[in-house]
Design a binder for this molecule. Sequence first.
Ligand code: GLN
Length: 456
Amino acid sequence: QSYLNRLRITEPQLKSFLHVSDTVLREAHELDKKINNNEEVGPLAGVLVGVKDNICTADMPSTGGSRILEGYRPAFDATAVRKIKELGGIVVGKTNLDEFGMGSTTESSAFQVTANPWDVSRVPGGSSGGSAAAVSARQCVVSLGSDTGGSVRQPASFCGVVGLKPTYGRVSRFGLMAYASSLDVIGCFGSSVADAGILLHAISGHDRLDATTSKQDVPDFASQLVSTNSSESKPLKGLRVGLIRETVDNGVDTGVISTIRAAASHLEELGCFVTEVTLPSFSLGLPAYYIIASSESSSNLSRYDGVRYGNQAVTDDLNSLYGDSRANGFGSEVKMRVLMGTYALSAGYYDAYYKRAQQVRTIIRDSFKAALDQNDILISPASPSPAYKIGEKKNDPLAMYAGDIMTVNVNLAGLPALVIPCGFVEGGPAGLPVGLQMISAAYDEGKLLKVGHIFE
Ligand code: GLN
């Protein structure tokens, strides 16, 4: 009830949710009854979870932030949602996002613009801006987002919450509306590292409905944190940390750089051995990412033809049914991505763009591997700037894309990364949060969570 009250008070200004469930209290009462009858309830019993609206829920609308899916109610739950419900979690509603996850501010939602709780004239980041704002404003306890090129980590940084992008293959994508299938992963938001770890544990694991999920063991991340909660003065003694030099360089906000350097000193105080590492291919990440992500999206979004789901144009002619449904249903950012992707994949350009981008992807993956052979974790800012004003970059897509420089490489390499609040820079009524990104080798989320837990 207290979360719902808070939601009612804050939502008119924040607009984090596209849909709020009307069965939350009934579900909570049912859990209470079970507890009173000494029946078993799951470890997430009564935990309110926000779910990004590109993740399918059987009992609520799922629009992906797009007009083309207005009114669509899937017949099934995404695997991540099913698991949360099985453990007693209550889905409080569907959170706002950039249409199909394409954007960095949540301004590309077809329905509404979400505000940053730290300063409502600023963006919450994106594309999972609704999920980040909802946890930041305590409208729910934890939330799910998706991260194709930074959409969990950058909004976590802008809204001052913890954001976790799991290893590609750790969490089932079944029921996640595909943007770029080789990069997409469902991720977690929480107000603490432990909360994010508990949620990750709940949603991880092999799924026969997603052939790319791994059969790797899923450790009980949260209980591992308890044992590392020591009072030692140097609890991270000997941990080798590499600060990625290219991420504290030209073009990065000076306040962000000094906050990240202060965080690096704090890691040293905790016993870490911090050095600067260079990833020579770092700047190639952005062009490679935008070619691969657009190419995959142009193919994935061909399913929205007005026949199978959502809005359908009224016409007798089949070609205009496809064309008009898509013309009316997609927003301008999505159309631009589909055009760019179709161009990059077309005969004559494929070798010059798509194939080249895949080759660059291999180079990036190798350079991360080399750096992580020498270091236990790598650190960087999660974004080159703090949250900026609503509207500031809306008409300058290149400036918006450039803001993804800190995060896209991690998706190209398929690695896990954790973002935790590490300080503030000036701006807004009370300062603007800055997030520290920590990156580890694949399937080493446990290490990131341990370090993050001690750091916070
Ligand atoms: N901002 C990036 C993009 O627009 C990343 C989005 C995401 O991770 N879904 O593609």
